[in-house]
Write a protein that binds this ligand. Structure first.
Ligand SMILES: O=P(O)(O)OP(=O)(O)OP(=O)(O)OC[C@H]1O[C@@H](n2cnc3c(O)ncnc32)[C@H](O)[C@@H]1O
Ligand SMILES: [Mg+2]
Length: 172
């Protein structure tokens, strides 16, 4: 089985490889455009980005499965929530989607995003670190390292792959 990951972000690649570690699989990562804003600002936009990357990865990489993972934010009555979505595309089926953990971002971060900044550079600035988005992620910083970005995406991938196999058994 050939799995194409629609991003070159190592936190995303690690999550996908981890989820499929028990199978004979070949992986390829391609930087597939999300087709939405660099900083998606709703669940809907984030889902679209994940689907575009999954479908694009499947096509461009000519694989069996395309995976798209996308981070975004969503306004709520409890502040600006960090949200994460994934999509799995495979031939002859509608893309499968799944959402991951969400939690409110601190006000100072949220306000900078509302003013048009992107979370990646804002997190580096806030944490005084480089490439937070490729490592522990915002989730790692704000949970004191209890959950990192890759682990968070692993959960989403298991939700995707689980649904994929469920649908396959239904078709048999
Ligand atoms: O190379 P790609 O796959 O694009 O990886 P990315 O880190 O840019 O990830 P996304 O495009 O999915 O995320 C959209 C934006 O939100 C940022 N972001 C999302 N989750 C983050 C996190 O946990 N920590 C830091 N930045 C994050 C990210 O840097 C982008 O600015
Ligand atoms: Mg990005």
């Amino acid at each position: 089985m050939k799995i194409i990951i629609g991003s070159n972000n190592p936190a995303k690649i690690a999550a996908v490889k981890n989820a499929f570690h028990y199978q004979q699989t070949a992986f390829l990562s391609l930087d597939i455009p999300s087709g939405v804003s660099e900083q998606p600002f709703s669940d809907e936009e984030t889902i679209k980005g994940a689907i575009n990357r999954a479908v694009g990865a499947l096509k461009m990489g000519n694989g069996d499965i395309g995976i798209g993972l996308e981070g975004g934010v969503q306004e709520s009555a409890h502040g600006l929530l960090l949200c994460n979505w994934g999509a799995l595309a495979s031939k002859n089926m509608e893309p499968i989607i799944a959402g991951g953990a969400r939690f409110p971002l601190p006000y100072e971060i949220a306000d900078r995003l509302r003013a048009g900044e992107e979370l990646g550079p804002v997190m580096d600035d806030y944490a005084k670190k480089e490439n937070v988005r490729k490592n522990q992620g915002a989730v790692g910083i704000f949970t004191n390292g209890l959950i990192n970005r890759s682990e968070m995406f692993s959960h989403i991938i298991n939700l995707l792959v689980g649904q994929f196999y469920y649908q396959k058994t239904l078709k048999k």
